[in-house]
Ligand binder design. Structure first.
Ligand SMILES: CC(C)(COP(=O)(O)OP(=O)(O)OC[C@H]1O[C@@H](n2cnc3c(N)ncnc32)[C@H](O)[C@@H]1OP(=O)(O)O)[C@@H](O)C(=O)NCCC(=O)NCCS
Length: 185
């Protein structure tokens, strides 16, 4: 699955300087993006950790106007992590109700996927901090996010960038989630 070199790297990563580049993912990296999604989602510790992408979402990965902004972490030219800022108010309607924010302009942090051998290096924390800056620039009132109660990594990254735990609930789509929110205005 992973090359021998990557496995060796993973074992010794504590001793290496991580020199990563953080930027928007461009369409030219579409294949790398789908490979990253495939690798992470097929190796999830628990399938409940990630609400699967719908077909239209996979087709809209680069649609910033109607779906989400997409940031990536690169090790040289290799895409090793991603994060999305979902902005579609239609898509977020159910979640906005869940947070009692029906009348506010809300965006959501999600799509946090990092290759296993690159985890624990602050990649998601950095990408989410970039997304929060963007959310403020775009004039959103609130940023929300959700994490499975057992997904400690996901919860910690949200807390590190300042989101606050609201409650644990079962969403209308059946997924159990801890809800997090940050007021931007
Ligand atoms: C969850 C995930 C995105 C975190 O990405 P990451 O880049 O490794 O996170 P960071 O390095 O920014 O971690 C931030 C903090 O969380 C901690 N953390 C991360 N993963 C952890 C884990 N599994 N258990 C405990 N703590 C964890 C880190 O140690 C760090 O804390 P520190 O600064 O006090 O050391 C990554 O583990 C992943 O891709 N998981 C599979 C997909 C998934 O579940 N995505 C979330 C749903 S959207």
């Amino acid at each position: 699955m992973f090359s021998e070199i990557e496995n060796i790297f993973a074992r010794f990563k504590g001793g290496f300087e991580m020199n990563l580049i953080y930027k928007k993912v461009e369409e030219k990296d579409k294949q790398q993006l789908f490979n990253l999604i495939d690798i992470v989602l097929s190796n999830l510790e628990n399938q409940e950790y990630f609400i699967p992408y719908e077909e239209w979402e996979l087709k809209s990965m680069f649609d910033e106007k109607n779906y989400a902004y997409l940031y990536g972490a690169y090790d040289q030219d290799k895409l090793v992590g991603m994060a999305q800022l979902y902005i579609s108010q239609d898509m977020l309607a159910d979640f906005k109700r869940e947070f009692h924010l029906e009348n506010d302009k809300v965006c959501e942090l999600g799509g946090n996927l990092v290759l296993p051998q690159y985890r624990g290096n602050g990649i998601t924390t950095k990408l989410q901090a970039m997304e929060l800056n963007l959310a403020k620039e775009l004039g959103f009132d609130y940023v929300i996010s959700m994490a499975h109660p057992d997904n400690i990594g996901s919860q910690k990254t949200l807390e590190k960038v300042g989101l606050k735990f609201v409650k644990e609930t079962r969403l209308s789509n059946g997924f159990l989630r801890k809800l997090y929110v940050l007021k931007l205005k």
